[in-house]
Write a protein that binds this ligand. Structure first.
Ligand code: MC0
Length: 175
């Protein structure tokens, strides 16, 4: 490469580095704050977790821990939700592995339809769950419990009907 070629190559590289750093930073800042939409009495925050229903919890744990090398929590039983949970840490978010607990588990029917497992719900943080509920009722989005419950992180949660949310079961958790 000529002297001029070397200069152009390094100048191009410098420009790319220079422009990529602020855009990465801007992205991470916007993800870490609640969205402030004018006229809204509550704010939507970041993705808390994606839940995956699994027919074999130990096999699923082993996949994330031993094959992908992720940090994985102990199994926690949540009888009031009818699930066993295992959390997989991903840095910017988590995966929640779900397995039915008890005969009335809401995950049983899902696993009957999805034998190998599959994405069960997403969980997004909100700053005020009661205000979110009032707003969603007004918008005719079905909330799957009369009152918020205590979720996997000891915080208030509600679930929104998948048929009202583009086919995805949505959990909102008060941050
Ligand atoms: C600890 C806590 C936490 O993270 O904090 C948790 O995870 S607790 C995680 C477990 N808890 C929950 O899931 C609570 C909220 N879930 C529920 O209330 C229920 O599971 C429903 C989502 C209402 C589904 O009820 P159920 O199974 O009785 O109804 P169903 O089988 O007739 O389903 C009605 C329609 O919704 C679809 N459907 C059912 N579950 C779905 C899901 N997870 N994602 C997307 N679509 C789903 C079915 O395919 C069906 O569509 P077609 O009519 O087209 O066939």
């Amino acid at each position: 490469m000529s002297c001029r070629g070397v200069f152009i190559h390094f100048f191009g590289l410098f420009k790319r580095l220079h422009t990529s750093v602020p855009s990465v930073r801007a992205l991470s800042v916007s993800q870490s704050v609640m969205q402030n939409v004018p006229g809204f009495l509550w704010k939507l925050g970041q993705l808390n977790h994606v839940a995956i229903a699994v027919p074999d919890l130990e096999k699923a744990r082993s996949f994330y821990q031993d094959v992908l090398g992720a940090r994985v929590s102990k199994t926690v039983l949540l009888p009031e939700h009818g699930v066993y949970t295992v959390f997989v840490e991903l840095g910017n978010t988590k995966l929640e592995l779900l397995h039915p607990l008890g005969k009335n588990s809401p995950v049983t029917g899902f696993l009957q339809k999805n034998k190998v497992g599959g994405m069960h719900h997403i969980c997004i943080e909100v700053d005020d769950i009661k205000a979110a509920m009032a707003h969603l009722k007004e918008k005719k989005i079905r909330i799957l419990s009369e009152e918020p419950k205590i979720g996997a992180h000891g915080k208030l949660v509600i679930f929104l009907h998948p048929k009202d949310c583009n086919g995805v079961l949505v959990e909102l958790e008060e941050a």
